[in-house]
Write a new protein. Sequence first.
Length: 216
Amino acid sequence: MAAAVERAAVLDLRGATTRLSKGIKECPQTAVAYWYVHGLIAAREAYRFGGSPESLQPVTLAMAELEARTPEVPAAEIARVALQAAASAAQSEREEMGLFLSQALDLEQQQLSAGLPGAPIVSAHEVAGDLWLQVHRFDDARRAYVVADEKVGSTRRITLGLARTASRLNDLPAACEQYRALVSGWPKGGGEPPDLNEAHTFLRRPECRIPPASRR
């Protein structure tokens, strides 16, 4: 699990699933994390195909696996509902997606308020921002990322999401600030994923140049 968290922290969910897959038979919590992240990746892929029934089959399987583990791992229910939201997003069903997200966020907040963990690897609050961004509801995405920052603390996923929403909303100073924060906070040995390259490319824009006086 720790290795998967490290991969997710540098925005490598596929790498996280590879590490989680090694422990799904021995540890229920690891199995929940695996099926949840696997489902998130599959739902994003399904979006490319309009959320067809065939493309969503891996997500349906993941939700079934999570439902079976809910009695033993309460966070599995948060993950399952978050995947329902992701499946709706794959079909561009925004209203339905919003309802599932509200339910997932309520469940996660209950866990957090009790001092218990929320959804593993990627919080439901972070997923909310990602999904609103995916369906081009940029104001909603920005609000979701701000709330996520308040509820679960700053993560690179949230920083990237705030950068992207600011860019889509043509708030270029905020986009430059967030992309700059992503780059400056990137760990040594964290690799050069496409998301980091995206940040470097954006920061080459004239709007992101820091005036000489501000560098002192």
